[in-house]
Design a protein around this ligand. Sequence first.
Ligand SMILES: Nc1ncnc2c1ncn2[C@@H]1O[C@H](COP(=O)(O)OP(=O)(O)OP(=O)(O)O)[C@@H](O)[C@H]1O
Ligand SMILES: [Mg+2]
Length: 230
Amino acid sequence: MTKDKFKTRANVFDAFTERNLFVLSSKGFFEETTMSPLSIGKEANVFTAQGKEGHVIIKIFRLETADFTRMYEYIRTDPRYENLKHRRREIIFAWAQREYRNLMKARDAHVAAPIPIEILKNIIIMEQIGDPAPKMKDQIPEKPEQFYKAVVDNMHKLLKAGYAHGDLSGFNILNDQEDPVFIDFSQATSMRDPKGKELLERDAKNIATFFQKLKVDTSKEEILKKVYAE
Ligand SMILES: Nc1ncnc2c1ncn2[C@@H]1O[C@H](COP(=O)(O)OP(=O)(O)OP(=O)(O)O)[C@@H](O)[C@H]1O
Ligand SMILES: [Mg+2]
């Protein structure tokens, strides 16, 4: 595949991003011709493509239209990013890097989450869950009680490693054949971040509300008790 052919396919992105996509596909991380769009979010476009083994997810944070001021507010109190300047590109690259590092933390802590494969500036490549697996909000768990327990167990493991997801909901938990898998880790932060506790409590509230609707007897307080338990 020549660079020109590549460009005609990926021309939704700025030249910088297209160049880096070309670099990654040239290195064999994904097969460019199989790249197809999955989702367009607030900050990122997500694609699926054939990888080295199985399908991969390519998450691209948009350089032009991402709300980097909002990102800056979230990331600047994370002790890992204390010295970050208020500059668009730096913030977006840091935001992508934070998601990548958080995915590594999650894997190390045995949290069910995609395996991170590669990062280049504003582009992350990670394992694709399922083909791809539906979001929990779209594929309601068949055994809510069991699913709920697995969600809380994952929150617990993440907290033991010192982190909170910070954006947990039916959108960011996949239902992988009746097992939860957490995704979308860009907001996940260290509990040394002064916002950590508040984010964890918000996650507990969202999860409680979701499973209460499925008749699971739980509450924000109950979840926090389990998540903080030894
Ligand atoms: N590893 C993965 N495996 C399978 N599907 C995925 C994976 N990562 C993302 N997806 C799909 O792509 C969608 C968007 O991904 P994600 O939640 O990470 O980004 P986002 O919500 O668009 O981010 P933002 O709100 O910051 O723009 C998910 O809801 C999910 O359907
Ligand atoms: Mg999401």
